[in-house]
Write a protein that binds this ligand. Structure first.
Ligand SMILES: [Cu+2]
Length: 338
């Protein structure tokens, strides 16, 4: 060791400098979206610890290798063998114990972070979330409001209870740093407390089929007053206007994720100009679109398949989940889209 002291000192200094540089570099190049929830701050704290450790080990390894290659290289004419070293018990104990301690400590910090993120908060607001192929619906049990966008007051602790009727989806809002799977047959939960007003985006983070990439919904974080105003506005829906009700149902049941109302071809046929049209079917027949056809198309989608569109994609259970009034309202809404 004695004759290498100078080398070790130089290497130690280089490792420290390398760590500081790498830590700075990683924090600069790794783009993180704004922190918009209490959970975001907690997660980013954990991330910072990890980045510092990554910077240290990267620097440790690269500096040792580079220093050895450059300083201890064979000079021209140097033909002899290097020192023969057989094992080093102290070194082996150290490089086993140190990583072990690091992994255990990170595990403990991780567990504490998870606990903090999932801890129940005082006066939580519960929102029921349904994620399906390929849309999101948010229901507020307190007020009975159902919406295709999530609106929440800033600084209000939120508890989401989430369900999926079809396949696995994942609720992910980057600015909140939360991600939680929705698993068919189970209710999964996730908590967050938004700390900034603004519009954020829920994205489905679990590949769930054709229109997975379109499975997005806005989360609007607003002031308490704006939230109250939104609740008023939503509660004052004209329930006796079937077209308005139909539009609402189409938004919240995810119909509009697959059917456009402006002529665009999405996963399913557009609803624009649908009523009264001569529709070509996959089996070669042509039918006139009337109320009875629309009714069948909604409750038993695979009975008649529109030419050029896939069978089995449109959910088969609308006959069970929608009330008769809602189906009639949907038909009125489609009729209004001329
Ligand atoms: Cu999905």
């Amino acid at each position: 060791m004695g004759k290498y002291r100078r080398h070790f000192t130089v290497v130690a200094v280089l490792v420290v400098l390398g760590t500081v540089f790498m830590d700075w570099l990683l924090r600069t190049v790794l783009y993180l979206p704004p922190e918009a929830s209490t959970q975001a701050r907690i997660v980013d704290g954990l991330l910072r610890i990890h980045i510092a450790l990554i910077a240290f080990f990267f620097s440790l390894i690269v500096v040792f290798v580079a220093y050895s290659v450059i300083v201890f290289r064979a000079r021209p004419g140097e033909e002899g063998d290097g020192d023969f070293i057989h094992g080093h018990t102290t070194l082996e104990i150290v490089w086993t114990a140190v990583p072990l301690v690091i992994v255990i400590v990170l595990g403990l910090i991780g567990a504490r972070t998870l606990n903090e993120m999932t801890a129940p908060q005082p006066n939580e607001m519960v929102i029921q979330v349904v994620g399906r192929q390929w849309s999101w619906t948010f229901t507020y049990p307190d007020t009975g409001i159902t919406s295709s966008e999530m609106v929440v007051p800033v600084d209000q602790p939120i508890l989401l209870k989430m369900e999926s009727p079809d396949v696995i989806h994942s609720f992910y809002v980057a600015e909140f740093r939360i991600k939680q799977d929705l698993v068919p047959g189970r209710v999964t939960e996730v908590r967050f407390t938004p700390t900034q007003t603004g519009v954020f985006l829920v994205r489905c983070a679990e590949l769930c089929g054709t229109a997975h990439a379109d499975m997005r919904a806005p989360v609007r974080v607003v002031t308490q007053e704006e939230y109250q105003a939104w609740v008023q506005e939503q509660s004052a829906q004209p329930a006796d206007d079937p077209v308005a009700l139909g539009q609402k149902v189409a938004e919240t049941q995810g119909c509009l994720a697959c059917h456009s109302i402006d002529g665009t071809r999405l996963v399913g046929p557009t609803w624009q100009g649908l009523f009264g049209k001569e529709e070509a079917l996959e089996d070669g027949r042509t039918v006139t679109v009337d109320e009875a056809y629309l009714y069948r198309a909604i409750v038993d989608p695979d009975a008649e398949i529109v030419a050029g569109f896939p069978p089995g994609v449109m959910p088969q259970n609308y006959g069970e989940v929608l009330s008769e009034e809602e189906i009639q309202a949907l038909i009125e809404y489609i009729k209004s889209l001329q």
